[in-house]
Design a protein around this ligand. Structure first.
Ligand SMILES: [Zn+2]
Length: 114
């Protein structure tokens, strides 16, 4: 379960920020990741809850921002969003398609603190 490692690294970042900005409590954290990155939101939530116990991030709300999968066409350069990957480019008919986004690693976008 790599969500445990992810939650732990998020908490490390929170600690680093706290050392710099000296806040007392974390209300919420906004996290983004690619929807194809294989991150399980529920596991991550659970791991975070478990690991944040006793830290300033205890009870903080997690807000998830999904980066959608994007398919690009190498022939015409068009991009298409969506989970379903077309077998050929809807714009030019080329079958030379590749996934250009959706695998972004977990990133901490925002910290709401006091
Ligand atoms: Zn195309």
């Amino acid at each position: 379960m790599h969500e445990l490692a992810l939650a732990s690294s998020v908490l490390d970042i929170v600690e680093t920020y706290r050392a710099r900005h000296n806040f007392q409590k974390v209300h919420s954290l906004t996290l983004s990741f690619g929807e194809l990155g294989g991150i399980n939101k529920k596991s991550l939530q659970f791991a975070f809850q478990t690991l944040s116990e006793g830290t300033i991030a205890e009870g903080a709300r997690l807000i998830f921002v999904h980066m959608p999968a994007v398919v690009s066409c190498s022939t015409c350069g068009n991009t298409f969003q969506g989970a379903a990957v077309p077998s050929s480019c809807p714009a030019c008919g080329s079958e030379d398609l590749y996934l250009s986004a959706g695998f972004e690693p977990l990133k901490l976008l925002e910290l709401d603190v006091e």
